[in-house]
Design a protein around this ligand. Structure first.
Ligand code: ADP
Length: 446
């Protein structure tokens, strides 16, 4: 097992990784920008190294600085968390070339999954259902005409290298195809340095359902069931739950097995997530995330498995301890992403925390790097806390969610706690009756 792990991240996920390491007897190295000298992840880690100025490009994305930090502290492994360098195949490759273990999949698989055309192709071959669409990239607007007609309108033109919901254009009618194709391709080139686009059937009212897998890179893989992440604003997840409230048991078992088998066939190593759109009882693969996800705690709560610890064990070359038959769903969990933002306008609200009170009690978990007196810097993501609750049933978890949100105090900055409180009282949410567009209209009309 590793003696020392460098955590190439900040905020709550850096703490999350630190906690897993300490429980495994591993010492930790925090890296931080000059804006984060007083951050909780720096305070808790055994050692810390300043890697640059506030701007992420100069610090948390600064590969030479992070590698130097790992070298001078003699770390055996690097955990990248989510965001920043977590899905950068080049970073994973350089880390391994330096004789340091990368706590994640191989750089080749990160590269394949980062190209959505290649990822879809790999999934099709591995027997995973994908959204009907073009067979790979579409070169010109003229080529797109018969392809879109074949798929049937509406269609969506998407950037192969896209991310964060950008570089996508929905086309309702054939006469709009050429301009949408050209716009998507231009945006893709400007945003991602790659003009390649492909075409898919546009699904009208899907849910976002994703399957968590853990694999050892030696052909063994298990799934940890699914999460429903349909509550999104601007393609950003806001509140997640596990399991998906509308999935029947047979469908759940079937899609879980498809994903575990695909991960095994791909020779995938580490934790990973298969993201699907789910409509009319059918799953359509959209992308694979090759890292730990923000919403992983809801799965941990229902499966009683420490996903980050499993990632570390697998990276250290240990045998996989998980057996599919031993993994069961116990109850229901919700996660609220609490952002330092105005709950109405969603403009970021950095600044000094005056009071911080985390709720507690049975089935309540708060993953946060906040403390009273801490100043949230303006340079990074506005996620500052995750409130996760677990109950024996969905109803019990919902009551607990309302109770815990009522106890939580974050003063000095605005947060999205009031938005979560309104959501927790909403009849459609309570009934589990929502799709990926529902939250946008809830926010607009509430
Ligand atoms: P990104 O990597 O930019 O997040 P994704 O392919 O994961 O791109 O898609 C992001 C979101 O865009 C999805 O969660 C969904 O809301 C919407 N979307 C993508 N593809 C389709 C599709 N074929 N039909 C309907 N909505 C889609």
């Amino acid at each position: 097992m590793f003696k020392k792990v460098l955590i190439a991240n900040r905020g709550e996920i850096a703490l999350r990784i630190h906690r897993a390491c300490k429980e495994m007897g591993i010492s930790t190295v925090a890296v931080h920008s000059t804006a984060d000298s007083n951050a909780m992840h720096v305070r808790l880690a055994d050692e810390s190294v300043c890697i640059g100025p506030p701007t992420a490009a100069d610090s948390y994305l600064n590969i030479p600085a992070i590698l130097s930090a790992a070298t001078v502290t003699d770390a055996d492994a690097i955990h990248p968390g989510y965001g920043f360098l977590s899905e950068n195949a080049n970073f994973a490759r350089i880390v391994e070339e330096h004789g340091i273990a990368f706590i994640g999949p191989s750089s080749d698989l990160i590269a394949t999954m980062g190209d959505k055309v290649a990822a879809k192709d790999a999934m099709k071959r591995a027997g995973v259902p994908v959204v009907p669409g073009s067979d790979g990239a579409v070169k010109t607007a003229a080529d797109a005409v018969p392809i879109a007609a074949d798929i049937g309108y509406p269609v969506i033109v998407k950037a192969a290298s896209g991310g964060g919901g950008r570089g996508m254009k929905v086309v309702q009618r054939p006469e709009d195809l050429e301009s949408a194709f050209n716009m998507a391709s231009t945006e893709a080139l400007a945003g991602f340095g790659d003009a390649t686009v492909y075409i898919e059937k546009f699904l009208g009212q899907p849910r976002h359902v994703e399957v968590q897998v853990i694999a050892d890179g030696k052909g063994n893989a298990v799934h940890l069931f699914e999460r429903d992440c349909s509550l999104q604003r601007k393609h950003q997840k806001v509140l997640e739950e596990a399991p998906c409230p509308i999935l029947d048991e047979a469908t759940r078992q079937r899609i879980g097995k498809v994903c575990a088998d695909a991960a095994a066939n791909l020779g995938y190593r580490s934790a990973g997530t298969f993201e699907f759109l789910f409509e009319n009882d059918e799953f359509y693969f959209i992308e694979m995330n090759t890292r730990v996800q923000v919403e992983h705690p809801v799965t941990e709560m229902i499966c009683d498995i420490d996903i980050v610890a499993e990632m570390i064990r697998i990276a250290a070359g240990e045998e996989m301890s998980l057996r599919q038959d031993d993994i069961r769903i116990n109850g229901h969990a919700f996660e609220c992403r609490i952002n330092a933002e105005d709950p109405e306008t969603f403009t970021p609200s950095p600044g000094r925390i005056v009071e911080f009170h985390a709720p507690g009690g049975l089935g309540v978990r708060v993953d946060s790097a906040l403390y009273a007196g801490y100043s949230i810097p303006p340079y990074y993501d506005s996620l500052v806390a995750k409130l996760i609750v677990h109950g024996r049933t969905r109803d019990e978890a919902l009551m607990r969610l309302r109770r815990a949100l009522g106890e939580m105090v974050v003063s000095g900055v605005s947060t999205t706690i009031p938005l979560h409180q309104r959501l927790a009282d909403n009849p459609s949410f309570i009934a589990g009756d929502y799709d990926i567009h529902w939250l946008e209209s809830f926010v607009a009309t509430d």
